[in-house]
Design a protein around this ligand. Sequence first.
Ligand code: O7E
Length: 220
Amino acid sequence: MLNKIIFAIDEVLDKSILDNLFEYIYGIKIGYPLLLKIGVNETINLVHNFIKNDKEIIMDLKLADIDNTMKSIVSQLEFADSYIAHSFIGIEGALDELKKYIDEKNKKLYLLASMSHKGWNDNFYPYIKNVISKIDPYGIVAPATKLQILKTIRKDFPKKIIISPGIGAQGGEFGDALCYGADYEIIGRSIYTSKDPIGKIKEIVKLQEEKINVCKGSNP
Ligand code: O7E
């Protein structure tokens, strides 16, 4: 079965529901909404099975600060496998030291290349592209709502893992980002607001598979 979903857990869920979703998703993304609602210890309890079974846990605090502050934040959330930071903060005194710190811990860094909301300005992409090239992160976040910029980012970074939000609740269609170069689709509300999250995930996987079958071999 296709395993291309990163579940954005931005709402408090029953642990049993989350554990039942386990086999259908590649990994989970946790950010401020959940951490602020239930705290770090409860979050660790909630995602215990994912930690134990080596599913990727991506910590999305959209780090955008000086090196020392970002390293301090990461050091308090070591149960995660990966961390997301903004690229616009630049290299010296920020992302250079963060990358070194995360590498030393054998963890992964994702950098944000473009965002899914309307107001994000991709005119800055050449600057962001340069930062990403120099920092050489494990992966990149790029939007499923703007398929042309996603395609450009894939072309510019053919070997990077690309994870893509903006599907379902924000208007992107399930499977489109996979056709335009993403490795995984980040999906939150479409799953956790559903009355039947497992049924919804199965439906999403089917839609992703159908899209991939259509775009396979073509060049969107
Ligand atoms: O719209 P949803 O509910 O499917 O959730 C999408 C998730 O992806 C949510 O956690 C949101 O904060 C995140 N996201 C975007 O929606 N758009 C972006 O451009 C970037 C992210 C994201 O994950 O950023 C990582 C820095």
